[in-house]
Write a new protein. Sequence first.
Length: 216
Amino acid sequence: MWNVIVLFLAAWVVVFSPLGPATAEETTPLVDADKRVLTPEEKAQKEARKACKAEICNIFATADPTGDDVSCAIVKTWREEDITKLLGGKVDWPYGKAVCRSQLELERAPLARAMTEPSQDVKVKKQTVRCTLDRKGEGEPYVIEINLSPSVHFEKGKAVKASINWGETKAPAFLSPLLYAGTGIDNQSNFLGPEVVKMVNEFATKKCAQRRVEAP
């Protein structure tokens, strides 16, 4: 079970943030190919994430270290079918929807210098990701909180190394040992680091280019 929860939280680290891949709701304004209508909450969450992505993309594009730092309240509702798809369909997701939130804080200057300097570290301030997992009508949602301080090392404008740097976790008693084990393994082996590198580079190139095309 730990691998299911940690996989999902790892996906949140990469996807929650504006640096992750698009899901079904991200690729269409209101309705996807299966005629799925976004709720008002999902629409508001999506627009807030788009604004945060645009802010980060502007820093990448201009490489201007002067100006405001990035501060975004990120909230995302994951429907059960989206989580199952995100996990590759290889593991069962025993819960319903999940709602995750975090406050993303990024210093502007290191992010800008990462695009121009030969070598630059970008460190995200310690943040708390809080997720509620729906129990499909069997009681109050489970609540999971986890601290993390991701870092990415850039060379010549490209991410080459990354780590999530998991910290303290809070979860129901039956989940805490599983989260502790899973995050501990990643802290030691950094097996998720290469995936973060891949996502960051894709965001800084193709996804930011698309944002500039979509911008008014």
